[in-house]
Design a protein around this ligand. Structure first.
Ligand code: NAD
Length: 480
């Protein structure tokens, strides 16, 4: 049982302003695994005041970038020894299978270092010569940054905001989702060992309304949000009205395209990960599989066999591949989509609750076939282990058109041994990120969405640049 009675406000543990508490229920056992204070808008106001004071004091923001990088590397070193603890926290609060959780938290720590490596690609200050004389072009932090992250990858999706924002010199208020607060507390604990300047980092797990208050707070200069498209639109409109900078990583309905020469030994493992990774609760999930008719039956058989072979069970067990969904509410939502799917297409496997689990919010890996791209299960983000397999009859351009016929544009993939055909498809699918013959995340390259999948990029130098502003100082009388 994890129990906390404070928030991390501006670098210190502070008593909450309210007296309500929130229990965190394991989605596998349905038992309470943690208890935290419920945040109020006053807790947010205290964190914003501390962050603004730190920004105005200029200690962190004016520190040489290498000094900030040293602190961040020290953070990575501290967290290295805590990967298992971080993994157990995520598994306890949201049911991510422990094997995946261990890899995912280790990847997040690797990512911390990759942001430091990426600093070499950013020119923080340069002189430029113009017709009216020289100018110094500087890049500095954008100010006070709010980092709002969702429950489906609580540590990873917080780190990819907090770390680049700190490297940029910002003061940061991290707001993890209130149902997955535990790695936020671990991050705050590590920060206490770093001796950051006062006010530079706050971590306040909170719900939607308190999150909305953080977005609207005039003391916040930049909002970085990962979550649903609906919440992203609401946040963007507030930022638009206030003219504050905003980055959004939103939903997806990404398509994997299997061409007529697809190699099943490459496709199937990638699609098992692509469709069912994190029990389908991944924004980058490949939830549509668009297959050439000449290979359709073969692909369906192989995917159904693979899905039926997946190990469903206790997420703390290292052998488990499919854990529970995060909540009863999420399971109900996924089951509603499965009912819609049954009325639209053919259920090829899954669709029910596994019989080996007495408790918990489990749903079997589910595959629909004979799906048309205009069906709801092919257009709407389900956020559960549900794959739609869609046939196409014509050339590669028909598959591309199907992949692009969506409101979203986050990810996508093509499976073919033919490098030229792969490149043709990869360049024409409208998505921020695309993968050839696989399902991967690349921390060195920018990641993000187009269309309803978002604005801005995370990872790499571009991930740090989201938190930087240009500052030009013209000096026309200078000699150079
Ligand atoms: P959500 O949008 O309800 O909540 C995400 C976070 O934002 C939570 O911390 C929540 O408290 C907060 N929040 C919600 N409404 C807010 C508002 N109006 N103002 C401020 N904060 C607000 O999403 P969720 O259900 O927690 O997460 C699932 C969704 O996130 C899925 O749709 C998924 O596709 C998306 N997602 C996207 C990415 C990506 O990188 N593109 C990654 C993970 C999840």
């Amino acid at each position: 049982m994890y129990e906390y009675d404070k928030f991390f406000v501006g670098g210190r543990w502070a008593a909450p302003t309210g007296s309500n508490r929130r229990d965190i229920v394991s989605p596998a056992t349905e038992e309470v695994v943690a208890s935290i204070p419920e945040a109020t808008t006053a807790d947010i106001d205290a964190a914003v005041a501390a962050a603004r004071a730190a920004w105005d004091a200029r200690t962190w923001r004016d520190a040489p970038v290498r000094e900030r990088a040293q602190k961040i590397l020290a953070l990575a070193d501290l967290l290295d020894g805590r990967t298992e603890d971080l993994a157990k926290r995520v598994t306890a609060e949201m049911g991510q299978p422990m094997g995946l959780s261990t890899r995912s938290q280790a990847t997040a720590i690797h990512l911390i270092r990759s942001f430091v490596d990426a600093l070499d690609r950013i020119v923080f200050e340069e002189r430029r010569q113009g017709p009216s004389g020289p100018a110094t072009v500087r890049r500095e932090g954008v100010g006070v940054a709010a980092a709002i992250s969702p429950w489906n990858g609580p540590f990873f999706l917080s780190v990819i905001k907090v770390v680049p924002a700190l490297l940029a010199g910002c003061s940061v208020i991290a707001k993890p989702a209130d149902n997955t607060p535990l790695t936020g507390y671990a991050l705050a604990q590590a920060a206490t060992e770093l001796d950051l300047p006062d006010g530079v980092l706050s971590v306040i797990p909170a719900g939607r309304e308190v999150g909305a208050h953080l977005v609207a707070q005039r003391g916040v200069d930049k909002v970085s949000f990962t979550g649903s498209t609906a919440a992203g639109r609401a946040i963007a409109s507030v930022c638009g009205e206030q003219l504050k900078s905003v980055s959004l990583e939103l939903g997806g309905k990404s398509a994997a395209i299997a061409l007529d020469d697809v190699d099943l030994s490459v496709l199937v493992p990638a699609m098992v990960a692509g469709a069912f990774y994190n029990t389908g609760q991944a924004c980058t999930a490949l939830t549509r599989l668009v297959v050439h008719r000449s290979r359709y039956d073969e692909v369906v058989d192989a995917m159904v066999t693979a899905a039926k072979g997946m190990v469903i069970g206790d997420p703390m067990d290292l052998a488990t591949q499919i854990g529970p969904l995060v909540s009863a509410e999420q399971r109900d939502r996924v089951e509603r989509y499965i009912e819609i799917g049954k009325s639209e297409a053919t259920l090829a496997c899954g669709g029910g609750r596994p019989t080996n689990q007495a408790k918990g919010f489990f749903v079997e890996p589910t595959i629909f076939t004979d799906v048309r791209n205009d069906m709801r299960i092919a257009q709407e983000e389900i956020f559960g282990p549900v794959l739609s397999i869609i046939p196409f009859d014509g050339g590669d351009d028909e598959a591309i058109a199907i992949a692009n016929d969506t409101a979203y544009g986050l990810h996508g993939a093509v499976f073919t041994p033919d490098a030229e055909r792969a490149a043709h498809v990869a360049r024409r699918v409208e998505s921020g990120t695309f993968t050839i013959n696989g399902y991967v995340n690349n921390p060195a390259a920018p990641f993000g969405g187009v269309k309803a999948s978002g604005l801005g990029r995370e990872f790499g130098a571009e991930g740090v640049e989201e938190y930087l502003e240009f500052h030009t100082i013209n000096d026309p009388r200078a000699s150079e």
